[in-house]
Every structure is written in C-alpha cells, then in structure tokens.
Design a protein around this ligand. Structure first.
Ligand code: NAD
Length: 413
C-alpha cells in the first residue's frame, strides 16, 4: 500500500472532515494507496491542537503555511481556508512541488482562478484537484453512467442545485462566509456553486450564457459583539443557463440554484434531467431514492430505485445500507488518491473536480454577477487553451462552445 504524506492547511470544519476520512481509510475495501497526516497548519493553534491530540502521525504543527510547505516529509497538501487566501496558498503549494487538493471556489474570483491556472502551467508535474463531493452520491454515480450511455435521448432540460439553511436564522452572527472581503463577490455561488455544477461540467455541459437572479435576503447581522453590521453577500442564486449536450449536440436550458436560505431544506443537493427517452430526479433529502421515468407501452412511468451503498470505490459496507455526507467525503478522497496514484480517474464521474472545471465555474459565476448587475443575459467566456491535466470532454465541448459563440452579444474580456 502506497502512503501519501499529507499536510493540512486550515484545520476548521473541512480540515477535520478530511482527517476523519483518513482515520477510517480501512473502510475502503480495495485501495492501494492511503493518506497519512503528518503536518497541520492553522492560524489559530486551538484548531491545529485538535489534530495533534488525535493523530500520532502528526509531526509538525505550525501557524505558518510556508513552514509546512518547506517540510520535505509532506508530499501533498489539503488547503481548506477562507476564499481570500486560496490563490496565495494554492500557488505557493504548487510552486513548492506539493500535490494539492484545495477547497472550492479555488480562488476568490476569476482573476485568482486564472493565476492558479498560470501557476499550474509552470508546474505541470504537480497533481491538483478541487474538492467537490456531490458526484460521489450513489444516485449521482448512476446518473453519470446514464449520461455516458446516452440513456436520456435528447436532453430537454436539466435542473441542479444545492439548497441549505445555514443562514436561515437572521440572528446568526456574521462570520467570514458572509463577508465579501473573505468570501468574495460571488457570495453563495462561491460557497455552493461548484457542487451544483460539477456533474454537469463532467458531462461536458459548458454554459454559453446565463441570466442570473441573485438575492441578498438578510442584509444585516449581529456582529457577535453586541452590535449589528451590514451583510452584503448574495444569499441565494438562480442561474438560468443555455448549454449543449456534447453527446447529441442539442441545446437545452440548465437551471442551477444555490441557496443558503432555503426554507425547508437542511443541506441538500439535487439533480433533475428530463430527456426524450428517460428522465431522472434525485435529492439528498431522500438520499437513497433515485426516480427514473421511462416510456412503457405509451405510458410515462416513474419508478424508484433504492441505490443503497453502491459506491465508485468499494467499501466494507454492504450494498443495502444507506449512504451519507461523510461517505461522500471518503469517496472523494479515494478518488483524489486513486487518480494521483494511477494517473487517471477510476471512472469518468468518479474523479475530483479539475482545475479546468473550477475555472469554468469562475467564468460562469463572473458572468452571473454581470447578468445580475446589468439585468440581462451575459455570455460565459470560456478558457481558450487547455492547460495541464486536461479533461478532454470538457475541452472538446469548450472548443465547440467557442465556435457557437461567434457573434455573441455580451462578451467581455
Ligand atoms: N466541500 C464542502 O462540502 C465544503 C463545506 C464547507 C466549506 N468548504 C470550503 O472549505 C474551505 C474552508 O471552509 P471551512 O468551512 O472549513 O471554514 P472554517 O472557518 O471552519 O475553517 C477555516 C480554517 O482556516 C484557518 N485559517 C484562517 N486563516 C489562516 C491562515 N492564514 N493560515 C492558516 N489557517 C488559516 C482558520 O483558523 C480556520 O480554522 C472554504 O473554501 C469553504 O468554501 C467546503
């Protein structure tokens, strides 16, 4: 079993999720590579202390990420810090020759995303991926296979999203995720957007244009010190996009919703694809239920498949048992390590988000901001040249998108 020695930079919520996944690596039944956490870094020593108390393998604890990157014992890093720090930390890690799993949105804005890409171009030997666990739910894995097999026929429309209620309580004190300086202009799109786009991007859906409707619902929050401060980030976003199915060439509407204030929702991903031959709908509210509609003898029949624990990476859990959030995190990490070790994803829909997919999300969210500001449809500018590790389907479709867009109305550099 090959061991990859990891440093974690940012020991908060997501840093702990990775540590927990690493600690139950034995849950994965057929891996030939495993992570070992040897170094941790957090600006607040209270958070890194949690790791050193629980993981005997941690030999370096620091408040300075540069010290961690200088550690020759560290092969790879997980970067899970506020968005304003992504560009600096990710670029430094790449330049230090460490393999990188970094959190979304992978740079606070498009300029940061471009800088990360430029840095990656200079260090093509480094393996870099962006965290996004949504495709690893068994139902989404099934939908991925259906997309690969052309099971939908002509796609009529797609609706994907991530809805939660973290900020439903207007009295919840503000934190960095609700402050533009740390979270970014994208607001909720930076928080949740890649989750809602990842499977579609992997299918080769590249939005050509977008009409965005963004809402700032709670405009003021307690500051945690007895006062109140303005809360300027977008809480909810609806993006109506036009895209093309690379399999059939048809254009179709793709609506992407991300909401931090979604009444009745706790923390739910959903995906719905309506096609001429088959349709599906799934929400993590009923995580095991994939609904599929087919035509049988002239009737439109919706059926339910209980997916259970059908995972991309085999586990010790029997197929009949339910799957959850922490399982999706474990699967995502299995995908990262598998691809790092073997040089390619286990399956098309069992790979972590690529830097190119993250950059595409930046293009989309930047166009969405433009659309909201100017109250019009905005063109999504796509990257013009492939870089580093290439997702061929995505780029083939991007090239197609470029030719489709000749003469587009609202392109901005
Ligand atoms: N994939 C997911 O499901 C998911 C869920 C939540 C958050 N995220 C992403 O993970 C990232 C981190 O979010 P989180 O929820 O873990 O936040 P968090 O606030 O819980 O943790 C961030 C950590 O970074 C540390 N930090 C801040 N400045 C630092 C510095 N200069 N050097 C070292 N450490 C520093 C903080 O002390 C904190 O412990 C964000 O990019 C966020 O969008 C992803």
């Amino acid at each position: 079993m090959k061991t990859v020695r990891f440093g974690i930079i940012g020991c908060g919520l997501m840093g702990r999720e990775f540590a927990s996944a690493a600690a139950r690596w034995c849950h994965l039944a057929a891996m030939d590579v495993r992570p070992e956490i040897v170094a941790v870094c957090d600006a607040n020593p209270m958070f890194s202390g949690w790791f050193s108390e629980r993981f005997a393998s941690v030999r370096q604890v620091t408040q300075d990420y540069r010290e961690l990157l200088a550690n020759p014992e560290v092969d790879a890093v997980y970067i899970a810090v506020p968005h304003n720090l992504h560009e600096e930390f990710i670029c430094a890690a790449i330049a230090a020759g460490k393999h990188v799993m970094a959190e979304k949105p992978f740079g606070i804005d498009l300029a940061a995303g471009r800088q990360i890409m430029a840095c990656l171009k200079k260090h093509p030997g480094v393996f870099v991926r962006c965290s996004s666990e949504s495709p690893f739910f068994p139902a989404v894995q099934r939908i991925g296979k259906m997309l690969e097999n052309g099971a939908f026929g002509q796609i009529i429309e797609a609706n994907t999203g991530f809805l939660h209620s973290s900020d439903f309580d207007p009295e919840k004190p503000i934190n960095w995720k609700r402050i533009v300086e740390f979270n970014g202009e994208y607001g909720v799109m930076g928080d949740l957007g890649l989750h809602a786009c990842h499977a579609g991007f992997r299918a080769g859906w590249v939005p050509d244009n977008v009409r965005a409707l963004l809402s700032n619902i709670v405009r003021e929050r307690p500051d945690g010190k007895g006062g109140r401060v303005p809360c300027l980030t977008w809480d909810n976003a609806t993006l109506l996009c036009e895209t093309t199915n690379p399999a059939g060439g048809e254009r179709f509407p793709w609506t992407i919703k991300t909401q931090r204030i979604a009444p009745g929702q706790k923390n739910n991903w959903y995906i719905e694809i309506l096609g001429t031959r088959a349709s599906v709908r799934w929400s993590s509210v009923h995580v095991d239920i994939l609904e599929v509609m087919t035509c049988q003898g002239g009737d439109q029949v919706w059926g339910q498949i209980q997916t259970g624990h059908e995972t991309a990476f085999k586990t010790v859990t029997g197929n009949i048992f339910q799957f959850g959030f922490t399982d999706s995190i474990l699967q995502m990490w299995a995908a990262f390590l598998h691809e790092l070790h073997h040089g390619k994803p286990a399956q098309r829909f069992a790979g972590c988000a690529t830097p190119e997919e993250a950059l595409l999300s930046h293009r989309l969210f930047t166009a969405a901001l433009e659309s909201q500001k100017e109250c019009r449809v905005a063109t999504v500018l796509v990257p013009y040249e492939p870089v580093s590790v290439i997702n061929n389907t995505l780029f083939a479709n991007i090239q197609q998108g470029i030719s489709n867009k000749k003469g587009a109305v609202s392109q901005k550099p």
